[in-house]
Design a protein around this ligand. Structure first.
Ligand SMILES: Nc1ncnc2c1ncn2[C@@H]1O[C@H](COP(=O)(O)OP(=O)(O)O)[C@@H](O)[C@H]1O
Ligand SMILES: O=C(O)[C@H](O)[C@@H](O)[C@H](O)[C@H](O)COP(=O)(O)O
Length: 141
């Protein structure tokens, strides 16, 4: 990414599997976990929930009924326009991802939608508002 080349499925899948393993481990030890993660495709989010071997399983709402090896996940899609996000990336210093990669990220994005267990919040809101919405949603679940 530092050289301006977007990642592909082969690059991302082992990383997403590691994240799934970490979620399973932390949830097993009784923790509630926040994972800030660019999981652009539905298949990537399925890996976070079930690991690589579980992604072929069909049926059931993601995150609603936990099975062994699965984690219950509320996906919070922080959505925004290309212009707003691009403007923020151009101001961001010291990050490996160049703003030029944003276009490929928008092209790859599969916005989460039902039956995924998900909500969408605009990044136009401030951070306190975003956190309040997430906290309220979790209380209702
Ligand atoms: N709700 C927000 N309001 C204003 N600026 C934000 C908001 N969320 C993120 N930013 C800014 O946008 C930039 C990218 O956000 P960041 O959290 O680094 O994104 P990512 O999770 O994709 O790494 C950062 O400079 C951050 O301060
Ligand atoms: O803050 C950002 O600019 C992005 O989140 C960036 O860090 C990138 O999205 C991740 O490194 C994951 O890479 P992919 O989105 O290509 O999977």
């Amino acid at each position: 990414m530092g050289r301006g080349i977007p990642l592909n499925d082969q690059d991302r899948i082992p990383w997403l599997c590691n994240l799934h393993d970490m979620l399973v481990r932390d949830v097993a030890s009784g923790q509630r976990v926040v994972l800030a993660c660019s999981a652009l495709k539905k298949m990537y989010r399925d890996i976070l929930i079930r690991g690589k071997d579980g992604t072929a399983l069909k049926g059931g709402e993601s995150g609603k009924e936990e099975k062994p090896g699965e984690v219950q996940l509320l996906v919070v899609h922080l959505s925004g326009s290309f212009e707003v996000i691009s403007g923020r990336l151009l101001k961001r210093k010291g990050h490996f991802m160049p703003p030029e990669l944003l276009q490929s990220q928008f092209e790859t994005l599969e916005p989460p939608a039902a039956p995924e267990n998900c909500i969408q919040i605009s990044v136009d809101k401030n951070v306190s508002e975003i956190i309040a919405t997430i906290t309220e949603t979790l209380k209702m679940k």
